[in-house]
Write a protein that binds this ligand. Structure first.
Ligand SMILES: Cc1cc2nc3c(=O)[nH]c(=O)nc-3n(C[C@H](O)[C@H](O)[C@H](O)COP(=O)(O)OP(=O)(O)OC[C@H]3O[C@@H](n4cnc5c(N)ncnc54)[C@H](O)[C@@H]3O)c2cc1C
Length: 450
């Protein structure tokens, strides 16, 4: 028996554990099905290269996160602070990201269409219900045709007319006509636009560094290789595939919500089990190459909206930190999205062949290759989610289950949000349990990690 059980030892679960402990609360247990904690914040080392479970860059814009990193992750000295060099491959040109303020160099008919349609954009769409109409309202039909529709359709592997715009927030930078025309006439210098214009990356060990550091500050270790088999939410018992079981008062769930719902032994009137089918999420096939060439590119990543490229993004970790590749070598990751079943072998072959052609990479230059499959990657904001998710999470809460994090909360979120979600749930539970909360775990001062 433990008062609190945390399912999932990714960043969200670990943050919940950390914040419970910081408040002197240790009557909890944390479980993960894998042999190691970390979830998606994971790096693998192979032939001198370090590859993340696809590119993971730390974006910090919250003062608490700032201090959390300072306190638990070795502070600024352990990270490179990097100004983004990101591009978009469009009409055989590499233009700077974001598209909407960097039209310079594109064919003149594309520029004209983007600007003309921006001016005529459908201001009369008051409350866009889909991502598609949201783009028309804010950017117009030209940007929709040349960038947003092909890119987002490829990223989601899903029809953007069936996706709501509620995830856009900080992820899609807005713009003005002046900025747009300026960007069409001039080859602009890097501008700090968007949530990811500056990012932090660990100097050593890839993104798994943050997990390694955080776990050192948590006393109760993650019980690994505990795969959740069933959850009896009436009697508050979790059973694992290894036959173990544990009773709880409160359950913090960070494992994917669709999976969690299927594991519920449901004797209540609400049929949780059938609801998982409405929760949609795509998968990402992530390929990584270690290349025996020093100067592959100085870019950080490139987006690929066009359909002749099987991937939506290529990134270059050797430009995040020197330690990611041996001296005089470069490294590269590519990401391809798909929904449901797909022929991943063919997809992979095409993606690697296209990458090699783009950078004129010879077979003899490829030192190593690592393929990583991410079965749940981007949560799809379908209409069902918009209408029913809050109610579903509230019903779980009535059964003492708090479902949080990117997949527990079923959302499009970042590592920073995982830390903040974990903190919030810990403080909520401590308050429900009438436990004192130490002010330093709630403090928010001026950011120092800028
Ligand atoms: C393609 C992609 C790129 C991303 N890039 C960035 C980025 O650049 N910057 C950024 O800030 N964020 C990025 N993210 C988001 C980031 O990865 C997540 O926000 C964060 O890692 C989520 O942590 P989590 O703990 O909520 O989930 P997870 O990391 O998924 O952890 C959940 C844990 O639950 C465990 N689990 C699952 N099923 C069971 C079971 N049955 N029993 C027991 N345990 C189980 C898993 O093993 C896992 O450890 C990216 C995500 C993706 C998919």
């Amino acid at each position: 028996m433990a008062t609190i059980i945390i399912l999932g030892g990714g960043l969200t679960g670990l943050s919940a554990a950390y914040h419970l402990e910081q408040n002197g609360f240790f009557d909890y247990k944390i479980y993960d099905k894998e042999p190691n904690a970390g979830g998606l914040c994971r790096s693998v080392r192979q032939d001198g290269f370090t590859f993340d479970y696809t590119g993971h860059l730390l974006h910090i814009n919250d003062p608490y996160m700032d201090q959390f990193v300072e306190k638990n992750m070795g502070g600024k000295a352990a990270f490179n602070k990097i100004d983004r060099r990101s591009f978009i491959q469009s009409y055989n040109m590499l233009i700077k990201y974001p598209y909407q303020i960097n039209l310079h160099g594109l064919p003149s008919n594309v520029i004209t269409e983007c600007i003309e349609e921006f001016v005529k954009r459908k201001q009369y769409i008051k409350n866009p219900k889909t991502f598609h109409t949201w783009v028309l309202k804010h950017f117009g039909a030209g940007f929709s045709k040349h960038f947003f529709t092909p890119f987002q359709t490829k990223l989601f592997a899903y029809d953007i007319k069936k996706v709501t715009p509620s995830w856009t927030g900080r992820f899609v930078p807005q713009t003005s006509l002046t900025q747009m025309i300026d960007g069409a006439l001039n080859l602009k210098k890097e501008e700090k636009v968007g949530y990811n214009s500056t990012f932090f990356y660990p100097k050593k060990h890839g993104i798994s560094y943050i997990i390694d550091q955080l776990t050192q500050n948590i006393r109760n270790k993650v019980q690994t290789e505990f795969n959740v088999e069933s959850i009896d939410i009436q009697n508050k018992i979790v059973t694992f595939a290894n036959g173990d079981f544990e009773q709880y008062d409160y359950l913090v769930n960070t494992i994917p919500l669709d999976h969690f719902l299927q594991k519920i032994i449901d004797r209540s009137t609400t049929n949780f089990k059938t609801q998982h089918k409405n929760l949609l999420c795509n998968s990402v096939l992530n390929f990584n190459l270690g290349i025996n060439r020093a100067d592959l590119t100085s870019k950080h990543w490139i987006y690929f909206p066009e359909s002749q490229y099987p991937f939506y993004r290529l990134g270059f970790p050797h430009n995040f930190a020197q330690s990611m590749a041996p001296k005089n070598c470069s490294s590269l990751y590519g990401e391809c999205s798909f929904l449901g079943n797909t022929d991943t072998e063919t997809l992979l072959k095409k993606a690697i062949a296209t990458t090699k052609k783009l950078f004129d990479i010879q077979n003899s230059e490829i030192i190593t290759q690592k393929i990583i499959s991410i079965p749940r990657a981007y949560v799809l904001y379908n209409f069902w989610r918009e209408k029913n998710l809050p109610n579903l999470l509230a019903q779980l809460e009535m059964h003492a289950v708090k479902s949080i994090g990117r997949y527990g909360g079923w959302k499009y979120s970042s590592m920073q949000e995982s830390v903040l979600d974990g903190k919030q749930v810990a403080l909520e539970l401590l308050s429900q349990l009438n436990q004192p909360i130490i002010p330093s775990t709630t403090f928010e001062q001026e950011p120092v990690f800028k």
